[in-house]
Design a protein around this ligand. Structure first.
Ligand SMILES: NC(=O)c1ccc[n+]([C@@H]2O[C@H](COP(=O)([O-])OP(=O)(O)OC[C@H]3O[C@@H](n4cnc5c(N)ncnc54)[C@H](OP(=O)(O)O)[C@@H]3O)[C@@H](O)[C@H]2O)c1
Length: 257
């Protein structure tokens, strides 16, 4: 296996069709698009969310041998560990973890309850760490793999009403960098992607006025398309990015520059 294959985390399986991706929150939004695109690229894909929707139910039939969905909750670490155990039982390995799922709650800090704070930290920071811990163990035994964390521009710029979410996402970026240092020796790349605003359920209640404001402040003069975020994720996990680890890649049309 070449250094490029090993570093890309794509040379660990004898056959490319054996590769297994774990994606959190693959039922909707960016996670759903990544599930679709990785299946097309020949990966076996395991994902979880709190509930199954039509997209998931259809794949359980049409891609039965290469797709796994289970119910799990980001705020319940035991359910996450059990999910990874199920993936290993079903597919025998984990080559890629995409910590995609996130929970956004907008509220001024002074009125945010302690319970809400705990939930946001649990879902956006503790859950990705728990999943990385469970998946990295498989990757070290296999001789390589990849972890890709989906962060947010809130991690690198301040915005009102998202202080705790921002703290969790900034924590995730720090986690990615230090983990890359520890896991590089095992052939595991760890990176973080920082999307700007894109349309999904998470952002469905953003007012037209706020959308126009975001657009005005973005050098490219428009909002991001979800495919542009997925393209950047797919680049980072591809052999073309085999020498990139510990990095935070911003895909935001320039709004944070
Ligand atoms: N949309 C944006 O503009 C934007 C910008 C920057 C960063 N991001 C980040 O990009 C990532 C994807 O965002 P998105 O907009 O695609 O999200 P989305 O459309 O809201 O989808 C979120 C996914 O995560 C699952 N999920 C949510 N809460 C969960 C929980 N407690 N336990 C288990 N699964 C849960 C959802 O399914 P269930 O509801 O059935 O559980 C769904 O599959 C997130 O990390 C987000 O922070 C988004």
């Amino acid at each position: 296996m070449s250094a490029r294959e090993r570093a890309a985390g794509t040379g660990t399986a004898a056959d490319a069709g054996d590769r297994v991706a774990v994606i959190s929150g693959g039922s909707k939004g960016l996670g759903r698009l990544l599930v679709e695109r990785l299946l097309v690229d020949g990966w076996r894909v395991a994902t979880f969310s709190r509930s199954a929707n039509e997209f998931v139910k259809e794949l359980q039939v049409t891609a039965e041998d290469r797709f796994l969905w289970e119910a799990a909750d980001l705020t319940d670490p035991d359910s996450l560990r059990e999910f990874v155990r199920t993936v290993r039982r079903r597919f025998g390995r984990v080559d890629l973890l995409i910590n995609n799922a996130g929970v956004l709650h907008q509220e001024l800090f002074l009125t945010t309850s302690a319970k809400q704070t705990s939930t946001l930290i649990a879902a956006n920071l503790l859950a990705p760490i728990t999943l990385a811990h469970a998946c990295a163990r498989s990757m070290t035994q296999q001789g390589g793999g990849q972890i890709l964390n989906v962060s947010s521009i809130n991690a690198i710029r301040g915005y009102r009403g998202v202080a705790v979410y921002s703290a969790a996402k900034a924590g995730l970026d720090g986690f990615s960098r230090s983990l890359a240092r520890e896991l590089g020796a095992f052939g595991i790349r760890v990176n973080s992607i920082v999307p700007g605003f894109f349309d999904s359920d998470m952002t469905s209640d953003v007012t037209e006025q706020n959308r126009e404001r975001i657009q005005r402040r973005t050098p490219l003069g428009r909002l991001g398309d979800i495919h542009e975020i997925a393209d950047a994720v797919l680049y980072l996990i591809s052999p073309d990015a085999s020498f990139i680890t510990g990095q935070t890649i911003v895909v935001d049309g320039g709004i944070t520059c």
